[in-house]
Design a protein around this ligand. Sequence first.
Ligand SMILES: CC(=O)SCCNC(=O)CCNC(=O)[C@H](O)C(C)(C)COP(=O)(O)OP(=O)(O)OC[C@H]1O[C@@H](n2cnc3c(N)ncnc32)[C@H](O)[C@@H]1OP(=O)(O)O
Ligand SMILES: CC(=O)C(=O)O
Length: 490
Amino acid sequence: MTVRILDTTLRDGEQTPGVSLSVEQKLMIAEALDKMGVDIIEAGTAIASEGEFQAIRVISEAGLKAEICSFGRIKFEDIDAAADAGADSIFMVAPSSDIHISSKFPGKTRDEIVEMSVKAIEYAKERGLIVEFGGEDASRADFEFLIKLYDSAVEANADRLTFTDTVGVFTPEKAFETMQRLRERYSIPVAFHGHDDFGLATANTVFAVKGGADEIHVAVNGLGERAGNAALEEVVMALEFLYGVKTKINKQMIYPASQLIEKLSRVKVPPNKPIVGDNAFTHESGIHTSALLKNSQTYEPISPEIIGRKRLIVLGKHAGRASVEMIMKELGYKATPEQMKEILSRIKEVGDRGKRVTDADIRTIIETVLQIRKERKVELLDLSIVSGVNLMPTASIKLKINGKEVIEAGVGTGPVDAAINAIKKAIKDFADIELVGYHVDAITGGTDALVDVIVQLKKEDKVVTARGARTDIVMASIEAFIEGLNMLID
Ligand SMILES: CC(=O)SCCNC(=O)CCNC(=O)[C@H](O)C(C)(C)COP(=O)(O)OP(=O)(O)OC[C@H]1O[C@@H](n2cnc3c(N)ncnc32)[C@H](O)[C@@H]1OP(=O)(O)O
Ligand SMILES: CC(=O)C(=O)O
């Protein structure tokens, strides 16, 4: 069995508070979704704004394989907007629970909602759209009324039906049973749209498929209203690997799409998020690492390569000998068994003090124990910063890079940003480095506090962490950034 995927990252996903995407960004995401193999791209709500209308138009004209869908209400203007934008289909919803009907349409009866829905479906069909019709808040609707609404939609020639768990109150058992009943009753495809208010969206969506859903609505990284929609990556991987249900998704494209969407939506993926989180294939514990190095299946349910990722072994207070040996080899250092023991003990000491052990900390510990210092490719020679009222924070910087002096200037939203921008400009010919994480802690109290900055830098698919600790936040940030750079440029 192959289940069809409607991806709603660009519609419900964009309804995530604070997220808004430009036409160009939406097109980039739509192309990534298409490459990943989703069947239907719900590209937005054509009636919502000029930008939304244009985005749907541009995506519809992009020659993608996927069906392009616009969301809409049971209103002729929404249908016109979807059709005029060139969408192939409309996901059109009518209120179906009494709470939605009475609050949104005071004075209107259930029968009047059915009548409005039928007229809207007929009109959408006249406008040439494929109609996917949903009862909104279906999981809180009277099931008998829902059936009446769906029966009328089918009579009006709707092409597909959707059951929406709008406020995420469904359970896997109910999803299974409901979809089974809908599947038995209707000959047209039935879909499930789930939300994660109780953390059950993935389970509900998987059980909806077990119950017979032909199509499911998901969003990459679980974006969506409130707690979000069912996450594409979780649902697809659970269906394929745990339930033996096929999708058309090219799993190699899941991680690149997730990263693109994280970047453009500016919604950070939590590190412990299944499949796409930073820690999903990262191991620190010595017992795990030692076993993983012998057989990766010991502590990994699936290989990271399946979804275009790599395994990462990190050192921290839970590390053991095997992890240290591996990292030493990776960094190109040689040590005696005693030196290894000392390195491990110093790493654990940092962790025992409650501190995160960064990659740069590890290198410093190794070099201290081995009494060597590898040459740094990037060194700070001079820095000056101007910041104040009515002027743009500006930094000028002199670096020695591979033995050559480079002078650059940068502006930014504050002195740290300006200094980092100046460094980025200075190194642009040497490496394409991205700052993917920046965290500041004041270790002591007061304005003279010791500030601990941890940066996370990325070059291609390699990510390193580095620390700077100073009473001057700009210097702590730059120290951390340059330490990280040196690890990546090595
Ligand atoms: C669960 C979901 O995710 S639903 C999808 C949510 N998505 C959006 O809201 C998309 C972005 N929305 C928008 O840009 C705007 O809300 C628009 C353009 C759709 C409508 O804007 P406005 O006309 O200013 O209306 P407003 O947003 O204040 O209220 C929504 C209206 O839609 C009506 N409505 C809500 N659901 C439906 C429906 N399924 N069918 C018909 N009308 C509906 C409401 O009753 C309300 O009507 P009223 O203005 O007569 O009271
Ligand atoms: C329509 C929709 O997004 C919902 O019911 O959740």
